[in-house]
Design a binder for this molecule. Structure first.
Ligand code: GLA
Length: 693
């Protein structure tokens, strides 16, 4: 039912009227425009900054037409690479459109070329219309949109559901100008609007975002509508019929911690996503330089399996070739763009080992084995656990290595630190023609002192139903290390389910600095059909220094590893939740401690003791900085033995002494658990933490 909407001229007048009212600094609104009031101001004088009222009923989307954004939108947005810097301009945007075509990204599905904040001048013109910045966009916005359209691509723009956009310079927002601005966008040929949340004047979010939806509909032009209120008003609960996507979190930045925390907040929202209504964990950072390629592959894998919009945020005119390999991976994109439109869900998550699975339209499952931790880990699941029906065997496609194998049911890999193995798995009748899936693994937690000899065990397992032939394993260390096997490295026939275990001895050269060092396990084999295959997997050795004799504070000694529930573990500070060094003095029950660790449940900090230490002691408790809700329990482990623990401690309690006998242990682990009620407010202090050796 399409309403013959008001003549365009009349709509402009209303928009201009509202603008004039706003411009006059909050005079009352003329009765003729009858603007809706913000909630919470019943009977009060109308606020100046309120959404425009619909001049006519918006046309509903045509019945039977394909839903907009039936799969997650793909494209580009300049924000993550340029912010408001001067290198955001017409030539850049056109350059991206050119590259989309030239480098096959358009072909791969990237469609939208979108502008973010700072494209406009700070003031509207006399008619209340938005004015493109003549320095950045000397030919106006329509010219850029036309250029993008001529390439067969679509064009997007940005504004805020507030009086001004987010940038400090204060560009005009659309609150109170919705119909006028939407029409201006439509006249320019805009196909996508990102609608931000800054300077919203406290007006109800549903009202603000719904008004713009109606304004966009009233233009008659199909415009994908991206709600950007950062998850503040739980848009997943109400925006399904408002926009096609909604941000679920604050802004991403180009580092592992930011990407990880956003991922963790977006994952539980899976039930709310579907065709035409997607959770948006913000735009991609792939290619911007703040993460390694391994981390960028993880970022791209997880955004794909979460059915997130894939908006490239790097200036593609300047990125290394590896960026194109990541963003252009068609097999990964196919997971994201699968027409069933399900967001992947968490199958298991423990010790930084995540298994996330996404049901796909052809009945198969995409499976991400995501390693949050800073060392290689074996991550495993089964075909059954990811929701597949019982079958003799399954096809396993590795979407980054582009190889296929079969498995009897186990899905497993040793995943590099911060890495992701992304698989596509389905029951397979012709499994016998595929080589068996081979699991490579290496002993975890191996430690060695410099100049010493260490030992390490590796294994290769045939996970399939056919034998692997002529299996041979090799282990290589970093430059200057020597590595030699202490048991057989080869097997003529390794049957399905069998494992070849090899012991290795290595030497760490003198002068090697403490830290984690990578080794590589390489395995070659032949399948029964004669194909020769090579696999590799990472291993890690921690080079350690023995703790000094006598009593030392552990915060003065380097740890082997530290995992924390929120932000980094702090030395001699409480846990500030985001950056290193952002905590406060360690304080328990009003008592301040100069030395110790500031942790947050769930946390594990590990130290090398090399069998030379006797006791670990501390004063433990919940830091005063977090009100009354924190509950935690502390544990000290000597190798695999729990040597001391507290019960559940609360904010109300003073520091408790905790001492553990750690004699003979090669390593000690300091563990904080959440007290059984989740990690909220669990700031855990290991005050006065000392070791005797
Ligand atoms: C907000 C948004 C960002 C970006 C900026 C622009 O922070 O969340 O994605 O659009 O505004 O100023």
């Amino acid at each position: 039912m399409r309403h013959p909407s008001l003549p365009r001229a009349r709509r402009r007048v209303i928009g201009a009227l509202t603008a004039a009212v706003l411009g006059a600094g909050g005079l009352s609104v003329p009765a003729a425009t009858a603007l809706p009031q913000a909630p919470g101001t019943p009977g009060a004088a109308p606020r100046a900054a309120v959404p425009e009222r619909a001049p006519a009923l918006p046309p509903a989307p045509a019945a039977g037409a394909e839903a907009p954004a039936a799969t997650p939108p793909m494209g580009f947005n300049n924000w993550n690479s340029t912010h408001c810097r001067a290198d955001f301009h017409e030539a850049m945007v056109k350059g991206i459109a050119d590259i989309f075509v030239a480098r096959g990204l358009k072909e791969a599905g990237y469609t939208y070329v979108n502008l973010d904040d700072c494209w406009a001048l700070p003031e509207r013109n006399a008619e209340g219309k938005l004015v493109p910045d003549p320095v950045r966009f000397p030919n106006g916005i329509k010219a850029v949109a036309d250029y993008v359209h001529a390439k067969g691509l679509k064009f997007g723009i940005y504004t805020s559901a507030g009086t001004k956009t987010c940038n400090r310079a204060g560009f005009p927002g659309a609150l109170g100008h919705e119909y006028s601005d939407a029409q201006q966008f439509a006249d320019w040929g805009v196909d996508y609007l990102k609608y931000d949340n800054c300077n919203n004047q406290g007006v109800d979010a549903k009202l603000r975002y719904t008004t713009m939806r109606d304004a966009l509909r009233a233009t008659g032009r199909p415009i994908v509508y991206s709600i950007c209120e950062w998850g503040q008003n739980k848009p997943w609960e109400w925006a399904k019929d408002v926009g096609q996507l909604w941000r679920t979190t604050g802004d991403i930045s180009d580092n592992w911690g930011s990407m990880l925390s956003i991922m963790k907040r977006n994952l539980p929202l899976a039930p709310y996503a579907g065709p035409g209504h997607w959770n948006d964990p913000d735009m991609l950072e792939v290619g911007n330089g703040g993460m390694t390629d391994t981390e960028y592959r993880s970022h791209f894998s997880m955004w794909s399996i979460m059915a997130a919009p894939l908006l490239i945020g790097a200036d593609l005119r300047k990125v290394p070739e590896s960026t194109f390999e990541i963003l252009g991976n068609r097999e990964v994109i196919a997971v994201n763009q699968d027409r069933l439109g399900k967001q992947g869900t968490v199958v298991s998550s423990e010790g930084g080992r995540w298994v996330v699975a996404k049901e796909l339209a052809d009945g198969s499952r995409a499976v991400a084995l995501f390693n949050e931790s800073a060392r290689p880990q074996r991550i495993a699941t089964t075909a059954q656990a990811v929701g597949l029906a019982q079958a003799t065997a399954y096809k396993v496609r590795d979407l980054w290595r582009h190889g296929s194998a079969h498995t009897a049911g186990t899905l497993s890999a040793t995943v590099p630190a911060h890495g992701t193995v992304l698989l596509r798995v389905a029951p397979e009748r012709a499994w016998a023609v595929l080589p068996p899936s081979m699991e490579l693994s290496a002993e975890d937690n191996v430690m060695a002192e410099a100049t010493s000899t260490g030992r390490l065990t590796t294994a290769v397992t045939d996970l399939g139903r056919t034998p692997a032939l002529k299996v041979a394993a090799a282990l290589t260390g970093p430059q200057g290390w020597t590595v030699r096997p202490t048991s057989p490295t080869a097997r003529r026939v390794l049957n399905g389910g069998q494992k070849l275990t090899t012991g290795w001895e290595f030497t760490v050269p003198a002068g090697t600095a403490p830290g984690s060092y990578g080794l590589t396990l390489t395995v070659t084999h032949r399948s029964i059909t004669g194909t020769r295959l090579t696999h590799s997997a990472p291993a890690a050795v921690s080079v350690v220094v023995p703790p000094p004799a006598g009593r030392s504070y552990l915060s003065d000694i380097g740890w082997l590893s530290a995992v924390n529930g929120f932000g980094p573990v702090e030395k001699d500070r409480s846990n500030g939740e985001s950056k290193a060094g952002d905590g406060r003095p360690l304080t328990i029950g009003g008592q301040v401690f100069a030395k110790g660790l500031g942790a947050h449940a769930s946390s594990t900090v590990e130290y090398y003791t090399g069998g030379r230490c006797t006791t670990v002691s501390a004063q433990v408790g919940v830091d005063d900085e977090k009100g009354t809700r924190g509950t935690v329990a502390f544990e000290i482990w000597a190798d695999g033995v729990k040597a001391a623990s507290t019960g559940v401690l609360t904010n109300a309690m003073n520091a408790q002494p905790l001492t553990a006998d750690v004699r003979g242990a090669k390593a000690v682990r300091l563990v904080v658990t959440d007290g059984g009620d989740g990690i909220d407010s669990d700031h855990a202090d290991w005050a006065d933490l000392a070791i005797g050796c």
